[in-house]
Design a binder for this molecule. Structure first.
Ligand code: PFF
Length: 454
């Protein structure tokens, strides 16, 4: 087995930008605003924060600390920490990473197409049939595939350059740019006449809309957005220096991610309300592709300076997708490097090909292969469902059990305290340990059981 040393991130800012870049993705832009608006605004955000503190952040800390302690990718972690029988955790995580790369890269490809269309000023007419254009595009066999190959190629290009010069450098540029672009869109949105109604709808707490589903949605969103259970936090953790404070940087990542998601909500929901009122129609709220590729282009077409806002928006969407996909790609590439001991270049080629196989099926499942259904779902939706609900959840649960019940408490505290050198008070570390051992596994089990039963 190779020694514990490997290329590390160079700076604390770089680590934070890479982790935040992985967390901030399509989920923040097309899911969080919708979930918040539909589940009681600030009431949802409050529940989300509580679950973040009790379950998602402790799970992130677990993945992070195991990565840094083992300094290897998820499949070899149990071996390196002396428990080879737990290898199956890595298998779950790598399967989730490959499933996510299937549909995520396809959407990444769509963002490239919409970014180019917005640059060519193709969203100028508010009477255009955006729904028809979108479904015609995604169901065609070639163009979406070509865009997917380009999007994945961009990630491979960054990955070739390695941890410091590739991932860290790209994250340090892309993540702040993404913030600035989204803040600019939010400013445009809230200065539209009638935007206030949308802002109220998004943020004013309404506890009557809170149900068990709200809790499940909040926990599921926390897991997907932090990218738990796909080996990405673990691999970034393995590239982190031993003086980085794991608890602090996990909390900072979750806070940045939430802040960005709220700004994204402010950029999207008030704009939809303002334009609907101006047109005399009722605002329609959707999540997912329908929101970003159908509703928003028509909103942009109706707003003053909409052409610029459309470019900024699709630019943000593409960047958000890129840094998230980059972390998942790295989880698979590092796994190939660590297991086969191949060079990074070769591993990147292999990873590129591995990612393109499910992505090709996902892309075709929107058109020529739409009749292929498994469990009633097309391949795109199936991979989405399997990764988010099954593999990420199970990998996270087993990682929590591994850390809380199999590894020694002294080793966990030793890693969290940077071998006794960190200044974090002991009571915080002990609380984190209790969350890892009892609270988070119970939370994950509850969400998984609820999903299985209902
Ligand atoms: N956090 C990303 C999003 O919100 O879109 C998605 C993601 C990234 C999922 C990294 C899984 C992962 F490992």
């Amino acid at each position: 087995m190779k020694p514990f040393s490997r290329e590390l991130f160079g700076s604390r800012f770089g680590v934070l930008m890479a982790l935040a870049g992985s967390a901030i993705g399509l989920g923040n832009l097309w899911r969080f605003p919708y979930l918040t608006a539909q589940n009681g605004g600030a009431a949802f955000i409050l529940i989300y924060i509580v679950l973040l503190l009790l379950v998602s952040i402790p799970t992130m800390i677990t993945e992070y600390l195991i990565g840094r302690r083992s300094r290897t990718s998820i499949i070899l972690t149990p071996n390196r920490l002396g428990h080879p029988k737990m290898k199956f955790i890595g298998i779950f995580a790598i399967i989730s990473a490959i499933c996510i790369m299937g549909f995520y890269n396809v959407v990444g490809g769509w963002t490239i197409k919409y970014l180019t269309s917005s640059i060519m000023l193709q969203f100028g007419s508010d009477t255009a049939d955006y729904a028809g254009q979108f479904s015609e595009y995604i169901s065609s066999p070639y163009m979406p595939l070509i865009h997917t190959f380009i999007f994945t190629g961009l990630i491979a290009f960054i990955s070739f350059k390695g941890v410091k010069k590739g991932i860290e450098k790209a994250s340090k540029i892309i993540t702040p740019t993404l913030f600035i672009a989204t803040v600019l869109i939010a400013i445009r949105a809230i200065t539209l006449p009638g935007a206030y109604e949308g802002l109220k709808y998004l943020l004013v707490p309404d506890f009557s809309k809170v149900s068990i589903d709200t809790i499940q949605n909040a926990l599921g969103q926390g897991f997907f957005t932090l990218g738990l259970g796909a080996g990405t936090i673990l691999i970034y953790g393995s590239y982190t220096k031993s003086d980085e404070n794991i608890t602090n940087s996990s909390i900072s990542t979750a806070a940045l991610d939430l802040f960005f998601a709220i700004v994204a909500g402010i950029a999207i929901i008030p704009a939809i309300f303002a334009i609907s009122y101006a047109n005399g129609s009722t605002p329609t709220l959707d999540a997912g592709p329908q929101l970003v590729f159908v509703t928003l282009p028509s909103v942009f077409a109706s707003m003053p300076f909409g052409d610029i806002v459309a470019i900024l928006f699709f630019f943000s969407l593409a960047l958000a997708a890129l840094t998230s996909a980059m972390s998942i790609f790295e989880s698979i590439t590092a796994f190939i490097i660590d297991v086969t001991e191949k060079s990074r270049d070769k591993a990147v080629y292999i990873c590129y090909l591995i990612c393109l196989i499910p992505a090709t099926f996902c892309s075709l499942s929107q058109g020529v292969m739409s009749d292929v259904r498994i469990l009633g779902l097309n391949i795109f939706d199936l991979l989405d469902m399997l990764s988010a609900n099954v593999f990420m959840t199970l990998a996270s649960l087993f990682l929590l059990i591994f850390a809380g019940w199999i590894l020694k408490k002294e080793d966990i505290i030793d890693e969290l305290s940077n071998h006794g050198k960190a200044t974090t008070p002991m009571w915080i570390l002990s609380t984190v340990y209790i969350l890892i051992k009892y609270v988070a596994p119970l939370g994950v089990t509850a969400i998984f059981t609820y999903w299985l039963l209902f």
